[in-house]
Design a protein around this ligand. Structure first.
Ligand SMILES: [Zn+2]
Length: 494
């Protein structure tokens, strides 16, 4: 149990927040949830987010009655609500952050009832395409019969974000006051003034591809599965496993402790079966998928692929070379979800004239050059500094030191492998559950908007910043010289 580093990614220093978290016990006041689908979605998503906040949340106390009927990342079918969220937390974290009954010791009380009673520190509500968070009660009459998950899931992300900011201490930005958001028109303001979107339950979604089944990809699949669409077929492509240290688990929403070391696409396949979402998985690279045999592929996709056509691709990868590979297929529409510290964003590429493609600005770094630079820096250090820098990061410290000390190191010299692997490693970046889920929500909402026939896109890019709770829309122009946009690598002229 001690060899895992489950909270590693969100324990990394981040601008605007304190360094150390003061751990909190949170109480979720939910009331009776039987038949109240939006509240069930809020509860399931918030439990799944907070149960992964290792080193930040100590325990999750829940005051809830009745049954849950919505699909959960680890199960489906009606279940007693308390039992359902207890199982979810244990599955996600192996008992490290437990769901417990209320005992009066909570540091922060969150109200999810929408009934406007006082006594809580935070209040939230999500229904349809809208989400709200505040520090004063607000009574919600409208929207509570909506079945969509996107609004409730965003409300859950808003709460998890506030808990994280409170535990870490906020140095730049602000806490929630009375903040509502509409995923339909991308606006922020007061709940009553915001427009809701159309009904999604039972709606049709044409078949699509998801490239990347990590944090954002799994969140995206979770949303599709919980949206009760009439028919959908998702081809999910990812070659990666959940890492053996468990650092992916703080934001891989469809994976539990037992999935450590297993393929990310396995978690997707299991949840698809639970939720009835159609699709297939390819446990390999996108290049491998294109070259391989696609058994069980949706006939519409098979026909398009035969003509070398890709209609709709979701990019949930976090490496620029993978983004280049996706753009290289020249899909008609690409929707990309990504995160950068406490910022979530989604971009729709290919619909607005003159704006960037996925390949424009996501140009890969020259890893060979930067690795050579790091090796030169190591060689310039004093022996003591060099030893300190490498200690704990290489298998054979003495061999690595000897390799760096030799004036003309020979290729294949002992210690070389240690040093090359050290300098070639990319420092892992900060990432946290609620930001990844928000990127998935923004991406799914963008997709639902496009397929609902809402072709009048406002701006292709939506950015949510948790530090100051802003949701903004922007557009980025094309990059001069982008090979995809200039048509050099675009045989069909799209
Ligand atoms: Zn471009």
């Amino acid at each position: 149990m001690t060899d895992l580093a489950l909270g590693d990614r969100h324990s990394r220093p981040i601008d605007g927040l304190g360094k150390e978290a003061e751990m909190i016990t949170v109480l979720l006041r939910v009331g009776s949830v039987t038949g109240k689908v939006n509240r069930q979605h809020m509860l399931v998503c918030l439990t799944n987010l907070t149960a992964r906040l290792h080193g930040v949340v100590r325990a999750i106390q829940v005051d809830v009655e009745g049954d849950i009927s919505v699909v959960r990342p680890n199960g489906a079918g009606p279940i007693n609500a308390m039992e359902g969220v207890e199982n979810l937390a244990t599955w996600a974290n192996g008992g490290r952050i437990s769901v417990l009954p209320e005992d009066g010791t909570a540091d922060i009380i969150v109200d999810l009832t929408g009934e406007g009673a006082s006594g809580a520190d935070l209040y939230c509500w999500g229904a349809g395409w809208k989400a709200w968070i505040g520090h004063e009660p607000h009574r919600f009459g409208r929207g509570s019969d909506r079945q969509e998950c996107i609004g409730p899931y965003l409300a859950a992300c808003l709460v998890a974000g506030e808990l994280f900011k409170r535990a870490k201490g906020l140095r730049k930005g602000r806490f929630a006051d009375d903040d509502a958001y509409s995923l339909w028109d991308g606006s922020a303001g007061r709940w009553d003034d915001l427009d809701d979107g159309p009904n999604l339950v039972g709606s049709h979604l044409r078949p699509l591809y998801l490239i990347g089944a990590g944090a954002v990809g799994q969140g995206f699949i979770q949303i599709l599965g919980a949206s009760e669409l009439a028919d959908t077929f998702v081809v999910s492509v990812d070659h990666d496993h959940h890492d053996k240290e468990g650092t992916n688990l703080n934001r891989c929403f469809l994976a539990g402790i037992a999935d450590i070391g297993h393929l990310k696409t396995d978690a997707v396949a299991r949840y698809r079966a639970l939720s009835g979402l159609g699709g297939m998985e390819h446990a390999g690279t996108l290049r491998g998928y294109i070259k391989g045999l696609r058994l069980g592929l949706h006939p519409q996709l098979a026909e398009a692929e035969a003509n070398d056509e890709f209609d709709l691709v979701i990019s949930a990868v976090d490496i620029d070379t993978s983004r280049q590979d996706i753009q290289g297929l020249h899909p008609r529409i690409v929707m990309g979800g990504s995160t950068d510290s406490l910022r979530a964003q989604s971009v729709t590429y290919g619909l607005v004239e003159g704006t960037e493609c996925l390949g424009c600005w996501n140009v890969p770094n020259d890893y060979v050059a930067s690795a050579a630079e790091r090796e030169a820096a190591l060689r310039a250090m004093s022996e003591a500094d060099r030893r300190r820098e490498l200690a704990g990061h290489v298998d054979d410290l003495d061999a690595a030191m000897a390799f760096l000390a030799s004036k003309q190191p020979k290729c294949g010299q002992i210690g070389e492998r240690d040093v090359k692997s050290f300098v070639g490693r990319i420092a892992p970046e900060f990432s946290v559950s609620f930001v990844s889920m928000t990127a998935a929500i923004l991406t799914a909402a963008g997709l639902f908007r496009v397929v609902s026939g809402e072709t009048e896109l406002r701006s292709p890019k939506t950015v949510f910043q948790f530090k100051n709770l802003s949701m903004t829309e922007t557009a980025t122009p094309r990059r001069d010289g982008c090979p995809y946009c200039s048509g050099k690598q675009n045989p069909r002229g799209r």
